[in-house]
Each structure stands twice: as C-alpha cells, then as structure tokens.
Design a protein around this ligand. Structure first.
Ligand code: SAM
Ligand code: SF4
Length: 466
C-alpha cells in the first residue's frame, strides 16, 4: 500500500483533499437559489461539483422534492421510461482480502467456500436465461490462485459458448492493462470496480491487508480499463463506511476525470449500501446512510452524471427500490442470489452468501412492479452489440438520441420475454404494455422497421434490435 504522502502526491483521479476542502467550504442553498438552479438543469447543463456539494448540505424538504422531479425528468429525457433488469452471477466466494465489511474475507472461517467451474457458471447462466435474463453481472472474490483473470476469461467464454446470454459484465479485482485485455477479449461488457471509500484513512482501516489495501491501484483501475479497450466502466462507493456526502462528491469527481481524460462518463454508477454480512467483524455501518440520504444520493448522481445508469441492487428493501425508480435509478437487479451456485441450488445458504439480500421478489414480480409504476422493463442488450458504447454512448445520451433506440429495443425485448414466460397473466400484461407504448412511436421514421421486427418477435424471433 502507498504511504499516505504518496497517495496525496500521486496523480490520482480524485484528490481526497480537494473534496474535503470543497465540502468544508460549501454553504447550503437558499430555497430560491436552489429552485433557479434546478430549473436550469438539462443533459447539457448538469449539476457541477460545487453545486452538488451545496445541494448535499441543504436540508429543505421542498428543495429535495424539486430536485427529485428534476432527476426524474433528466432520466426520462435521456432514457425514456425504460428500466433495465439484470441479475448478478457470483462465481467465487474465495478471497485473499480482509475487507472488514464482507462475508467473503479470508479470515471468515465459518464461510463455506465455493468457486464455480466454467461449466458450473454456465449452468447458473442457463438457469437465469430461462428466467428471461440476457445480461448478467459476473461477481467474484479475489483469490490469488483461483479467480485469476484467465479463470474469469474461461468463464466468459464458457457462458457465451454454452448459453444464449448476450452480454456479460464483470465486477472483480482491479487488474493490470494486460489482464484487463484478457477479459475484454473474452467478451466482457462493462468492467466494474467500486472504490468502496474514497477517504484514504477510512480505506486503510477497512482494508487492513491483502492486495486490496492498495488504495491508489484501485482508484486508477478505470484509467487502465479504458486503456485496455473497455468503452464502458462502472464505478461506485460503498455507502456507510464514511460520510456519504464526501463519497458522493468523490464519485462525481471520478466521473468528471473519466470524461475529461477519455471523453466518456462511466456507463454505470452503483449505490451499494452496507448490509450486515455473515461472518464479518462489522456488525453495523460505521457511518449509517438513511433511506432519505440514499434517495438524495441517487438524485445527485442523476443530476451530476446524466448519462450514467444508476444501479440499485436487491441489497435495498422493496419499497425503497420502487421509490428510487421515480427519482432517477435506471438499472435494477432482480431475483438475486449472492452465493456461488445459488440459483441452481434453490435453497438459501447463509454460510456461502456475501450479504443478505433484502428484496427477495422473483423476476416476474419485479417485471409486474415496474409495469405497474408506469415504466417499461427492458432486457435489451443492443447498445453493446451495435457498438454504442463509451464516448459514443455518452454523446448520444446527452444529445437525447439514445432514447430513440431505447423505446423500440425495450419493447422488442419485452415482447420476447412475454412469449417466453410461463406466467400467462404476466404475458398478457407485457404484451398490453408493448401495444400501448408502441403508440409513442407514431411519426417515428423507425416505426415501419419496428413493426416488421415486432411481428418477427411475435412469431418467436429472438434477439431483434436496432
Ligand atoms: N472482490 C471484488 C471487490 O471487492 O471489488 C468484487 C466483488 S465484491 C463481492 C463486490 C462489491 O460488493 C464490493 O465492491 C463491495 O462494494 C460490495 N460489498 C461487499 N460487502 C458488502 C456488504 N456487507 N454490504 C453491501 N455491499 C458489500
Ligand atoms: Fe474479497 Fe471483494 Fe469481499 Fe473484499 S469485498 S473480501 S475483496 S470479495
């Protein structure tokens, strides 16, 4: 691990000192000031870092109500009404690190350790494919021998070879450019690493040993990922370890660094919040983040990094997940298991889980809930296949062009899901939503081609997209 002085001196994407100074000097907004600012925001005029600091210090509920409405409008302007659904696939809970908050840490002697073989991972993916998922997030612990980049690449190849899965994203340890190339070449879509905490002293306390104790190696990982050819990267902070305002501002600064350096915002920003994990020494979050603060975090990310997909997982309770759909969340996981092999296994195995999932509703119920709230569940993966990634995606999103593709693609993927589900009532609900939303395409030059593709999908055609 770099000594503290070196961390400060090294050219890092985020300077903790800058964020601390910004936060210490910021003043809350007065109501009228906030209203004037919020009404001026658009994909071309996002919330700046110093404004985000002021907003996060503002406690006026009316300001937050207005900010929530602005976040929702921003999301709809960029992505329309669709909500992307995905599932995590845990490959291994073996780990050489000692993160105080995680059940996979190497000191947890009670954990039942499992690393899936590439074939075992493909069996899990097949299970999820039958549920209707086409995109998965592969998640793995950091074992110095068993979860190396070559293993992750083998898993990627096995799943693509043996299933119809269309895109696989990866959340794993920070790697060298050469290792990142290895998994990119095997077909990884988005590469995700969360900094956990951007506060160096808290980082050192939470990661006392193992490869992960290197703060700077982790923080510079996305620069290496983009150099290795990843157009799309995902960042985030684990909420609950340090002052959430500091973490939110740091994530926005990190996103700004990627835009300034590579012309691309991160594809996703995740908002994992601390959950008590089986066999970990932290029984509670050191700096708990309330539901209201969680919502504010989603709002500020949406307004500050408009083109990023804000990802909310099943760590969060059902009611909160539903609320954040209305304030800017864009991607949600569904029906998740956090123990390797857990989908095929079918029964809960606390001793192999990373943390306890809160929203345990199955995929079908999540689809129903998304529809009932007036959104369109989307299982679309077309941007990756049509190379709308990285700086191209950021530009198209900010200019409002991604939405033109999102609606027809969401509808085609929803029609495909409807025809594959065994739940007849849900099938009807989905098809009714497709028919109704199709009206929004009146006058679009894409309509004739969309109708042709939709007719093909209704005949059992798969993977139809623009
Ligand atoms: N081992 C890799 C790493 O640490 O980056 C990737 C997998 S790790 C299982 C994925 C993420 O889970 C971590 O980055 C962390 O943010 C999150 N996580 C770990 N323990 C958690 C907990 N107790 N509650 C909520 N999220 C947790
Ligand atoms: Fe290992 Fe990641 Fe868990 Fe840390 S968070 S113990 S690195 S799996």
């Amino acid at each position: 691990m770099l000594p503290q002085n070196d961390i400060r001196a090294a050219a890092l994407p985020v300077s903790a000192e800058e964020i601390s100074v910004l936060l210490a000097g910021a003043q809350p907004f007065r109501r009228r000031e906030a209203f004037a600012l919020l009404s001026s925001l658009s994909p071309h005029r996002r919330l700046h870092l110093h404004e985000a600091a002021r907003l996060l210090l503002t406690d006026d509920p009316m300001v937050w109500e207005t900010a929530a409405a602005a976040a929702r409008a921003m999301r709809e302007e960029i992505f329309g009404r669709r909500i992307v659904l995905f599932a995590p696939l845990y490959l291994s809970n073996e780990c050489g690190n000692s993160c105080l908050y995680c059940g996979f840490r190497r000191e947890n002697r009670e954990a039942r350790r499992i690393t899936l073989s590439p074939e075992g991972a493909a069996a899990e993916a097949r299970f999820l494919e039958r549920k209707g998922f086409h995109r998965l997030l592969l998640v793995t612990g950091e074992h110095p021998l068993r979860t190396q980049p070559g293993y992750i690449a083998d898993v990627l190849r096995a799943i693509y070879r043996e299933t119809g899965m269309r895109i696989l994203h990866v959340n794993a340890a920070p790697m060298s450019v050469a290792d990142l190339r290895t998994i990119k070449e095997a077909g990884a879509g988005v590469f995700q690493v969360f900094q956990e905490t951007y506060h160096p002293e808290t980082y050192a306390a939470m990661h006392p040993s193992g490869a992960k104790s290197d703060y700077a190696w982790r923080l510079t990982c996305m620069d290496r990922a983009i150099e290795a050819g990843f157009g799309d990267v995902g960042i985030g902070a684990l909420l609950g370890l340090y002052d959430y305002r500091f973490e939110v501002l740091s994530v926005i600064r990190h996103a700004g660094h990627l835009l300034d350096t590579f012309g691309t915002f991160p594809h996703t920003i995740s908002v994992p919040r601390f959950k008590k994990a089986f066999g970990s020494p932290l029984s509670a979050a050191p700096r708990p983040v309330s539901d209201a603060e969680f919502e504010r975090t989603v709002i500020v990310y949406r307004l500050s990094v408009p083109s990023a997909g804000v990802v909310v997982t099943t760590r969060e309770p059902a009611a909160l997940r539903e609320r954040v759909l209305d304030i800017g969340a864009w991607q949600i996981s569904a029906g998740s298991k956090t123990d390797p092999g857990g989908y095929s296994e079918g029964v809960r195995r606390h001793e192999a889980e990373q943390f306890e999932v809160d929203d345990t509703r199955p995929m079908e119920e999540i689809v129903r809930m998304v529809l009932a709230r007036g959104y369109l569940p989307s299982l679309c993966t077309s941007c990756y296949r049509r190379h709308r990634t990285g700086d191209t995606f950021t530009e198209m999103a900010v200019d409002g062009h991604i939405r033109d593709f999102c609606l027809p693609n969401a509808l085609l993927s929803l029609a495909e899901f409807a025809l594959s589900t065994e739940d007849a009532a849900l099938r009807e609900e989905c098809l009714a939503a497709v028919r109704e939303a199709k009206r929004e395409m009146e006058g679009s030059p894409m309509l004739p081609e969309f109708e042709r593709k939709l007719a093909q999908a209704m005949e059992g055609g798969r993977d139809l997209h623009f």
